[in-house]
Design a binder for this molecule. Structure first.
Ligand SMILES: NC(=O)c1ccc[n+]([C@@H]2O[C@H](COP(=O)([O-])OP(=O)(O)OC[C@H]3O[C@@H](n4cnc5c(N)ncnc54)[C@H](OP(=O)(O)O)[C@@H]3O)[C@@H](O)[C@H]2O)c1
Length: 408
């Protein structure tokens, strides 16, 4: 898998380098006309002509280089996306926001910026230690950025690969210091990508499917009774999906939902991100039909430099949350790291990558209606990601496999 990713990146680089080298305005605009025809009596010698040709050649190369560099810069600006969205200070005061996978990457960044705007944050992490570290990070961010001491930042353990643990989460929430407060937003953010071999969870389900979809499906169901659907704004569920849903180009593969028939690390990731979109749409449809004041949205953050590459880096992986280990143990010259290096050009910082989910979780956006977002704009989906028959099938099989039942 790493080899094929490396090949893909090398091809991308090679094609852009060969394009840059072969580029000259004449290759695009045609040859420049010769300024004059020569006669024996011409004062211009053929040496002068050669000099002029050389000059033109150089000018062409400089112009070509400038155009290509300009194109690369413009492209990079487009990849980076809009300026990071910062919810205004105090704009989220009184709001309760739950963020799964809040200890690192996009989840941690979301926690920081929304806590800075005054939100009460409950982040989830797989271990108490990671949760504690994340709370410190968030509070320090608030102090440094706005001088605000937000003491309403909490963490609870959650392992999406363990359905008993997922179902217990609502009880843990109720017993937590904010257990008497209704939840305004559930940001289903945690995820894994490109797990090399098919791995089964404790519940017997394929790891990517359970982490990215089934666990969040069950979690949303058990938290729904505690969500603030009675408020004027209503409650919101935001599911972090990805443009990688297009890897599932033939649509939802319900017969192979658990990877029993075949397994591929990218196939499984693509299917899970399509499931995020279909779940979002069916949740919205059912909430509307039941007259429940709840909006749901899914999104693509962009290609972002986070811990998500852990399965690509394997032994060379060091979590971004572990700052000391980052300084001491990251080997930027390892073959796996070097293979991923070109992605720096094609990727965003965490600050920019988290923008769309922060924007949605902060209650922004009109006519959310189960839509899919990128760079804070609603995006048209491929027809198979709008297939409401498949969305219904996914819902039914997810209820069966997870053993949860939605109350609408
Ligand atoms: N980064 C990108 O380029 C990109 C692009 C498109 C979509 N996304 C989506 O963005 C979301 C966030 O990813 P990220 O880039 O921020 O990755 P990340 O840095 O790897 O963060 C993922 C989070 O999910 C948690 N997690 C993993 N398995 C879990 C489990 N079984 N139970 C509970 N939590 C679990 C991780 O916890 P640990 O730290 O304990 O492992 C971590 O907190 C994912 O849904 C991903 O698919 C990311």
């Amino acid at each position: 898998m790493l080899k094929s990713l490396g090949t893909f990146i090398s091809l991308l680089l090679l094609s852009s380098i060969s394009f840059t080298l072969s580029f000259s305005p004449s290759s695009v605009f045609g040859n420049f006309p010769k300024s004059a025809s020569k006669s024996q009596n011409d004062l211009h010698s053929s040496a002068d002509d050669n000099n002029e040709d050389t000059r033109r050649g150089w000018l062409g190369k400089v112009a070509g280089g400038t155009i290509v560099t300009g194109g690369l810069v413009a492209n990079k600006i487009a990849i980076r996306g809009p300026t990071p969205y910062e919810p205004p200070i105090n704009s989220l005061k009184g709001k309760v926001i739950i963020i799964t996978g809040g200890n690192t990457g996009l989840g941690l960044e979301s926690a920081k910026r929304m806590a800075n705007a005054g939100a009460t944050i409950m982040l989830t992490s797989r271990s108490k230690t990671k949760g504690k570290l994340a709370i410190q990070d968030v509070q320090q961010y608030c102090l440094e950025n706005s001088g605000i001491a937000n003491n309403n930042v909490y963490s609870l353990p959650l392992d999406l690969c363990d359905l008993d643990n997922v179902k217990e989460f609502a009880n843990l929430y109720q017993k937590s210091p904010i257990g008497n407060q209704k939840i305004d937003v559930l940001l289903n953010n945690a995820g894994v990508m490109a797990v090399p071999e098919r791995e089964l969870t404790k519940d017997g389900y394929e790891k990517t499917f359970q982490t990215n979809h089934l666990g969040h499906f069950a979690l949303t169901s058990s938290l729904l009774p505690f969500m603030n659907t009675a408020s004027r704004e209503g409650a919101r569920v935001v599911n972090v999906s990805s443009m990688a849903y297009t890897f599932a180009g033939k649509g939802l593969d319900i017969d192979n939902i658990n990877g029993d028939l075949s397994y591929g690390p990218w196939d499984s990731y693509g299917q899970s991100k399509l499931q995020n979109i279909l779940f979002t749409k069916e949740l919205q449809r059912r909430a509307k039909d039941a007259n429940i004041n709840l909006t749901s949205a899914s999104l693509h953050p962009g290609l972002v430099r986070t811990d998500l590459a852990r399965y690509l880096l394997q032994d060379d992986f060091v979590s971004m949350q572990d700052k000391e280990a980052q300084k001491q143990h990251v080997n930027y010259f390892s073959p796996k790291f070097l293979a991923l290096l070109p992605l720096v050009y094609f990727s965003k910082s965490v600050e920019r990558g988290a923008t769309t989910q922060i924007w949605l979780a902060s209650g922004q956006g009109d006519g959310i209606d189960g839509n899919f977002y990128q760079n804070c704009n609603s995006l048209k989906l491929a027809p198979y990601a709008e297939d409401m028959e498949k969305a219904k099938e996914l819902w039914e099989i997810s209820e069966k496999l997870s053993g949860v039942k939605y109350n609408f």
